[in-house]
Design a protein around this ligand. Structure first.
Ligand SMILES: Nc1ncnc2c1ncn2[C@@H]1O[C@H](COP(=O)(O)OP(=O)(O)OP(=O)(O)O)[C@@H](O)[C@H]1O
Ligand SMILES: [Mg+2]
Length: 279
């Protein structure tokens, strides 16, 4: 409806460093050597604002998962720094890194990664149990109700639908109140209705509980649940968008090279024949 596309190219989130749950500074990551060398991240500087829902979009191979893995301490960087809160993750020794990941970071992946022999509730509390941490019963109740799993807590993963399994994975990430949750295509394996449910309560956990979430997605309508979108191309952040709508995200994706445009078209599920040339 609005044809004025705000130029957000320079609008990196402006709050002070303390307002970022995670930060990357000039992060570079190269895979392989010689002819097989791939520059996955080419000097990424970005802050993830606390208490907000951030989506990361970009063509396949643009470095989205790599950025997420480097920021979450699941992969090492070749140069640059990563901070979770005030802690520089890139300086930590293995043991400290493991502890930081366990205490401060939640993960949700495309594959739900649940333990098949455990019930839904046992899966949700597993990280806390491994850490020998007491359950905050009240908080656990809030999380279970937020993801709508109250009646499924005794079920094992095989007795749950895909959407329910992903809700368990999200509850597991939320249960320990991490500083930040990283989600890599959390709705990639879900039908659109289950996907919308998962996205709905991810957004609710940001709005209602102040959780910080970063989510990689290919789907403009999934990105529209977020407060802001970061666009990644060839290992670099090339744009940001505040208050995204599916239409604006789709329009922005068309500006990228072929794979992005293909992805965007597929995700939109319908040809846009009119009003495509907004600028
Ligand atoms: N372990 C690895 N070894 C070698 N190259 C890798 C490795 N992981 C990623 N890459 C390469 O780094 C680049 C970025 O990969 P990455 O997985 O971050 O992309 P992506 O944006 O998440 O893509 P997709 O949307 O397909 O998931 C790609 O060219 C990929 O082939
Ligand atoms: Mg990926």
């Amino acid at each position: 409806m609005t044809n004025t596309v705000p130029s957000n190219a320079d609008a990196h989130p402006a709050p002070g460093a303390g307002d970022f749950a995670a930060r990357a500074s000039a992060v570079a990551k190269v895979y392989g050597r010689g002819d097989a060398q791939v520059v996955a991240l080419d000097g990424v500087t970005v802050g993830i604002p606390r208490g907000r829902f951030t989506a990361i979009m970009g063509p396949s191979g643009s470095g989205k998962s790599t950025l997420m893995h480097c920021m979450a301490g699941l992969d090492s960087v070749d140069s640059g720094q990563v901070f979770i809160g005030d802690t520089e993750l890139t300086r930590l020794k293995d043991k400290q890194l493991t502890r930081l990941r366990r205490d401060k970071i939640g993960f949700v992946f495309q594959a739900f990664n649940l333990v098949p022999t455990l019930t839904a509730l046992e899966n949700i509390t597993l990280p806390m149990d491994i850490a020998g941490r007491k359950h905050d019963k009240e908080w656990l109740d809030t999380v279970v109700d937020t993801v709508g799993l109250r009646s499924r807590l005794k079920h094992r993963p095989t007795e749950l639908s895909g959407g329910q399994q992903q809700r368990v994975a999200c509850a597991r990430a939320l249960a320990s109140r991490p500083e930040i949750i990283f989600a890599d295509e959390p709705t990639g394996n879900l039908d659109s209705r289950s996907g919308a449910e998962v996205l709905g309560f991810l957004r609710d956990s940001v709005r209602g509980m102040g959780q910080t979430i970063v989510m990689v997605t290919h789907d403009p309508s999934a990105a529209a649940y977020a407060d802001q979108v970061l666009f990644l191309t060839d290992g670099q952040i090339v744009d940001t968008m505040q208050g995204p709508t599916a239409e604006r995200v789709l329009e922005r994706m068309k500006g990228f090279d072929r794979p992005a445009a293909d992805t965007a078209r597929t995700a939109a599920g319908g040809g846009s024949t009119s009003g495509a040339a907004a600028r």
